[in-house]
Design a protein around this ligand. Structure first.
Ligand SMILES: [Fe+2]
Ligand SMILES: [Fe+2]
Length: 173
């Protein structure tokens, strides 16, 4: 699709993240049954519900702009999802390793979303689209919060993986 104006560029970006959110929703639903850590399960369950809201919020944005919500195939999201699936297939050690792999994939997803939303929000701000800014910021805040929770839970997941392998650091090490 040719992008010849700022408006078209903005709509393309919206369609892109709209598609990415759908892909990430499906990917999270696929990963959920593979997780065993209560922390990872709870994170995924919460964020699956939030991702459904993100899709609805984006539909509100399209509505505000008098546009039909249309998915634009997001190759970036597809790449991140494929990489996550590939890693999960390759992990054959302890369930703790699987949890770590899931958490790592989710962290990449969140930061990809954050980068997209920040740029879209800057564009909407510059174009004076206050309501669009508010809606997109709602999604951004949840992505930022999720990224933070993933990062905060990472040490615990590494410790559990080390414990399961018997490679944890001892006091004398
Ligand atoms: Fe999202
Ligand atoms: Fe997200």
């Amino acid at each position: 699709m040719a992008i010849k104006s700022l408006q078209e560029k903005f709509l393309h970006g919206l369609g892109d993240i709209y598609d990415a959110e759908h892909q990430f929703l499906e990917a999270q639903q696929e990963m959920l049954p593979e997780a065993t850590s209560p922390t990872v399960i709870s994170l995924l369950e919460t964020h699956i519900a939030q991702t459904e809201e993100h899709i609805t919020t984006l539909e509100e944005v399209f509505n505000l702009l008098d546009e039909t919500a249309e998915r634009v195939k997001c190759a970036g999201a597809a790449g991140i999802v494929t990489e996550g699936q590939k890693t999960l297939k390759e992990v054959s050690g302890t369930p703790q390793l699987v949890d770590l792999a899931i958490s790592g994939s989710c962290g990449k997803v969140e930061h990809y979303e954050i980068a997209n939303y920040r740029m879209l929000i800057t564009g909407a701000e510059q174009m004076g689209q206050t309501e669009v800014v508010q809606l997109l910021t709602r999604n951004l805040k949840q992505e930022e919060q999720t990224a933070k929770l993933i990062e905060q839970s990472a040490p615990e997941l590494f410790q559990q993986a080390m414990k399961a392998e018997g490679t944890g650091r001892t006091a004398s090490a």
